[in-house]
Design a protein around this ligand. Structure first.
Ligand code: NMX
Ligand code: MLT
Length: 435
């Protein structure tokens, strides 16, 4: 059977033709009116990027290469005895658009295990961080430092031809993903304790190894949760802050380590990936203020007090989605299967019945429904991971799958330097004075 890289090499020439034809036929057509508001409004809704790996529909949510979350849960290979998809399979799907065989997924697990070691100096960088430095800052520093051994950066210095860019980018992308469990595990143990980092087991899948390095492999439910978690957090089309940052930085031909380091810095913002930490902090504050088993009325009042304090309700709202995030639903189903009676899960379910009504009544948020971050922390807490400010690191491990696959394709298709045009307000006033 073909390896991932061999299959990719077959796909790239066809896709180059496909893009060429689409541009020849449609390239000169105007693409909707761009409103001045969109220049000021965070480019919301602006058609501006191409990425085939996943597409987000406002009502239905994410599809990975055309497949919904329930469809990939069904179609992707599982671990022996497992029920959740292996993220290795999702990566194969993102890269090729094809569902891999169980054998191809096993080979990918082995390949990543073989690439997992991190250089001594990167270990030193992590070990020297004060435990008070946020895990996401440590994560981004370590990933950036991996650029020391970048195959792409080296090949570029040696004068590689443009047509060959994707090959060393692929190697860097594979190394990047493979090394994340060692980085995440080391940060976790340095910050929260837990002793010496165990070795990667080349016979185990990626999520199992990550659970081992974090010190949670005695809980089979946690390993299954990681498989689901990494699969569903991997990609959310091309425009979200972390995916877009990776693409933008990669467009300068910064290697995948530099590009993904930048993605992580975006993911670390509270309106993006840090929201999973913020949700748990908010829930705990709520419990300390109104007690556990609070009434709907008391919860409602607490939600209002958050809004009146000029803060957002973390885990709710979305820049694109206008319905409940199917990633929230997938995690809710996991909870119903594995922890139906957990008190914190019950609180999350209670909040789901209250927050949308309050946000609608407040009348500002365009989407009152929960996003992915409203549910993940509760599942991690159930298995004993209550170190909330580590949660976004797990989001980051997963987001590498999407950003890495996008970087491979950007280099394969010769994506140009990103450089949109900015205007001054003075210019806007002049241009539109008589229109
Ligand atoms: N709580 C309170 N106010 C909100 C919320 C919320 N959950 N969501 C939106 N709004 C406000 C928003 O702050 C804005 O107010 P203002 O006009 O004063 O600036 C107004 O409603 C309109 O915002 P939208 O157009 O609905 O949302 P936008 O596309 O600008 O932002 C988010 C999207 C996700 C940043 C926003 O909904 C939010 O801040 N949510 C809470 C944080 C969160 O959960 N982020 C995680 C998103 C998923 N992820 O992992 O990245
Ligand atoms: C994501 O997964 O990136 C978030 O839901 C944010 C987004 O899509 O804008």
């Amino acid at each position: 059977a073909a390896t991932l890289k061999e299959r990719l090499a077959e796909l790239i020439p066809k896709e180059l033709e496909n893009v060429k034809a689409a541009r020849a036929e449609h390239g000169k057509k105007s693409f909707g009116p761009v409103l001045v508001d969109q220049l000021y409004g965070g480019m919301r809704g602006l058609p501006a990027l191409i990425w085939d790996g996943s597409v987000l529909d406002a009502e239905e949510g994410i599809r990975f290469r055309g497949k919904t979350i329930p469809e990939i849960q069904e179609a992707l290979p599982k671990a022996p005895g497992g029920q959740e998809p292996l993220p290795e399979g999702l990566f194969w799907l993102l890269v090729t658009g094809e569902i891999p065989t169980a054998e191809q997924v096993t080979e990918l697990s082995k390949d990543w295990a073989a690439r997992a070691a991190i250089p001594d100096f990167v270990e030193d960088i992590i070990d020297r961080c004060p435990p008070t430095l946020h895990p996401m800052s440590q994560f981004s520093m370590a990933v950036t430092a991996l650029n020391h051994n970048s195959a792409f950066a080296k090949a570029y210095q040696n004068g590689i031809s443009k047509k060959e860019y994707w090959g060393p980018t692929f190697e860097d992308a594979m190394d990047l993903i493979a090394k994340l469990p060692n980085i995440a595990g080391r940060i976790f143990r340095n910050v929260y304790g837990g002793g010496k980092l165990p070795a990667i087991d080349p016979t185990k899948d990626y999520s199992h190894n990550l659970a081992t390095l974090l010190g949670f492999d005695d809980k089979p439910g946690f390993i299954e949760l990681l498989r689901l978690y990494i699969t569903i957090h991997s990609d959310h089309e091309g425009g979200n802050v972390s995916a877009h940052t990776g693409k933008l930085v990669g467009s300068a031909l910064s290697d995948p380590f530099l590009a993904f380091g930048a993605s992580l810095n975006g993911l670390a913002g509270p309106l993006h990936g840090l929201a999973n930490q913020e949700v748990l902090i908010w829930l705990r504050k709520m419990q300390s203020k109104i007690g556990e088993n609070a009434t709907d009325e008391a919860v409602k009042e607490y939600v209002w007090s958050t809004l009146k304090g000029g803060q957002v309700v973390p885990g709710y709202g979305h820049a694109v989605l206008r319905k409940t995030d199917p990633r929230y639903t997938a995690q809710r189903e996991f909870a119903l299967k594995h922890l139906p009676d957990d008190p914190l899960f019950k609180l999350v379910a209670q909040i789901y019945n209250i927050v949308p009504g309050v946000l609608l009544e407040a009348g500002k948020a365009k989407n009152p429904w929960p996003n992915v971050d409203a549910h993940s922390g509760v599942l991690l807490t159930y298995y004993g991971m209550d170190q909330m400010n580590f949660y976004t690191v797990l989001f980051g491990v997963s987001r590498a799958f999407g950003v890495a696959s996008q970087l491979i394709w950007d280099r394969a298709l010769g994506a140009p330097l990103e450089r949109p045009k900015s205007y001054s307000t003075e210019a806007i006033k002049k241009i539109f004075a008589n229109k």
